[in-house]
Design a protein around this ligand. Sequence first.
Ligand code: COA
Ligand code: MG
Length: 293
Amino acid sequence: MSQNPVRPRRSVLYVPASNDKALAKIATLACDAVIIDLEDAVLPAEKAAAREKLAGILANRPARRCEMVVRINALTSQWGADDLAAAAACEPDAILLPKVDTARDILEAGDHLDEAFVPDEVKLWAMVETPKALMNIGAIAELGRDAASRLSCFVAGTNDLVKETGIQATPDRRYLVPWLMQMVLAARAGGVDVVDGVFNHFSDSVGFARECAEAAAMGFDGKTVIHPAQIEAANAAFAPSVAALAEARAIAGMFALPENAGKGVVVLGGRMVERLHLAQAEKLLAKAAGIGA
Ligand code: COA
Ligand code: MG
């Protein structure tokens, strides 16, 4: 079970901390989470100024429920330590670590937070975007089983993976898919959420909807997005469908009947339904309740 099974992460919007116009827009948007970015979206010359704005940004959270996450620069970079301290002081819902290579990278960031007495509610998210992270993904995910590690979510960094490996970025993502599936599998093993990488062509709504549908079928909890125009489609693609909800309610209803109380297996519409399907149905209904569907 994930640490926050009912917290939706269908659409996770990157907003550069250096872009005032985009920051002002957050309150009007329907994304499930926002990543205030200090890393790749911010030029080196603007890093310090962007970091100084964090407190003001986090003090102005949207009134509606929306997780606020800060992506810092790598702790191995010249900005990382100051970013981590500044982000922690704002107590966001999570701090997103880029370029994670090993489980140790997460443990070290967690140690810094513990030493600064940052509340346990401040979680860590991890970018999976380096070849080393993929080689170590099992050990990294295992940290999700220990709440003290704070690890709560993986974010696929597909642009970096393409860059670091030299694979061709095709529209069907055929060379990325094996690694994306590895991330999903590891996330489930560790009980953490996992959101897919960005779709760069934000004006191509057809291509975006197709990639969201594929990512949902692959088991991702949601998609990172770069533009407001992508939020609605992601929210729709990663929400339980009407048909899936009806099916879940029917399964829950079957097992709730007094005559089925002691049964492990029942028959619904000519097919076998087991208690594992009930557990799946209950998870889906809880997810829908979390979204408000
Ligand atoms: N978050 C919030 N608002 C955003 C936004 C974002 N990521 N991207 C665009 N907007 C806003 C714009 O400010 C504009 O607001 P307005 O209606 O008040 O004028 C509106 O949405 C329309 O934007 P548009 O003109 O179509 O795009 P743009 O040229 O301003 O920005 C990008 C395009 C790609 C530069 C911008 O979307 C962006 O910076 N995205 C995030 C990139 C990022 O963080 N990358 C790192 C992780 S991969
Ligand atoms: Mg990256």
